[in-house]
Design a protein around this ligand. Structure first.
Ligand SMILES: C[S@@+](CC[C@H](N)C(=O)[O-])C[C@H]1O[C@@H](n2cnc3c(N)ncnc32)[C@H](O)[C@@H]1O
Length: 368
């Protein structure tokens, strides 16, 4: 028996390795992997599946201790879950966790996910790798049924957010963006890559929920069948321009001399109607999910956001409180918080109006 401890996450008891991570990106160690900080990520999976009544057959393709699979089976009893991992040493943890919760709807499977997903298909496939999901994406799409849901994590934040540009180019065949919007762009590069891979199978996608949190990106997308859906999905890809001197930024479906960052997904990050169906009862990090859900529900569909610190240093005025600024912006157009950083917002107003209202909100009336 491996050295382990028992914890409770959400409504589920779990045996996890005594030595485990409490934050940061997943790293391969000698033991079976468990990261306590990813409770939020697992909570969101439970919340999403709970809200999608047609999801029954679930594959947790990279399950490690079985934490996510066992939570889904226990907390969404209608599901039939396959808890899969490549490593034989995961078996003890998965089987013990299934037994600990008295489950009959969670099956242990030790196999390369490419084999599992070639043999069987599912309503929901979860991919939670160390680093980039790209090497596993094709297999995941093959194993996802018509109108199924893909749930994809990427922890290779540095390439996606532009710190390792060449690696982003190699993995995602996309040029990342540096600056305050780097994580927004990273999330959308990941989504763009999912969209392009789906299109190879004459499939499209409709995002349910996509976010950046802690050290990772996560996207839940509903697969749409057919060439038309694939073409429609591809039409939502595009490129960012970003001018650091003026703070001008824009999104264009085509690349040109200015729009060089991408391709990125330019469509919605979330489906507002599905988000309204979600609730946080019984989740491990309920307060945090409540707070995030409130922001996700209101986020504007634009791929552009602005950040208070960047505007303040550009305009050389003090930073107003976000709520004060939002109020000023809302008297002229639409403006809502953006989930990516706590000091960012999305709006449909032009940059000059944003700058004028920012100066007013910062209390410096003498600026021109
Ligand atoms: C980051 S961990 C998953 C953590 C887990 N989802 C959780 O919430 O605790 C990644 C896991 O993927 C497994 N893995 C790596 N390559 C795989 C493959 N080709 N097929 C199946 N599992 C694989 C690793 O053994 C490891 O346990």
């Amino acid at each position: 028996m491996p050295e382990c401890i028992q914890i409770t996450e959400g409504l589920t008891d779990l045996l996890v390795p005594k030595e485990h991570s409490h934050g940061g990106p997943g790293k391969r160690t000698g033991d079976v992997f468990f990261n306590a900080q990813m409770a939020f990520n697992r909570d969101v999976s439970v919340m999403v599946i709970r809200s999608l009544e047609d999801i029954v057959d679930v594959a947790d393709a990279m399950t490690a201790t079985g934490a996510r699979a066992v939570r889904i089976a226990n907390e969404v009893p209608r599901t039939m879950v396959v808890a899969n991992d490549l490593e034989e040493k995961s078996r003890w943890f998965i089987e013990s966790n299934v037994a600990l919760n008295g489950l009959s709807n969670c099956q242990t499977n030790i196999q390369n996910l490419s084999c599992l997903l070639a043999e069987k298909s599912f309503d929901y496939v979860d991919l939670d790798p160390f680093g980039s999901p790209i090497p596993f994406l094709q297999a995941t799409i093959r194993g996802c049924r018509k109108r199924g849901v893909l749930a994809i994590t990427a922890t290779d934040t540095a390439p996606l957010a532009g710190a390792h540009r060449a690696k982003c180019q190699r993995r995602y065949q996309a040029r990342p963006l540096r600056g305050p919007m780097c994580h927004e762009s990273g999330l959308r590069i990941l989504m763009g890559a999912i969209a392009r891979e789906l299109a190879r199978f004459d499939r499209g996608m409709e995002p349910i929920l996509s976010f950046y949190a802690d050290h990772y990106f996560r996207s839940y997308v509903r697969v749409k069948e057919g060439a038309e859906a694939a073409d429609d999905t591809l039409s939502k890809l595009g490129f960012y321009s970003y001018n650091q001197s003026t703070l001008e930024r824009s999104f264009s479906p085509a690349s040109d001399a200015d729009h060089v960052h991408g391709p990125v997904w330019g469509g919605q990050l979330h489906n507002p109607a599905v988000l309204l169906e979600m609730h946080t009862d019984g989740l491990a990090t309920q307060k945090r999910v409540d707070k995030s859900l409130a922001i996700w529900r209101k986020e504007l569909p634009t791929p552009i956001f602005y950040e208070i610190g960047e505007l303040a240093s550009h305009l050389k005025v003090p930073s107003p409180r976000l709520e004060v600024l939002l109020e000023a912006l809302r008297s002229n157009g639409r403006a809502e918080k953006c989930h990516v950083t706590p000091t960012s917002f999305r709006t449909d107003l032009p940059l000059q109006t944003i700058k004028d209202l920012f100066i007013q909100a910062s209390g410096r009336k003498d600026w021109n």
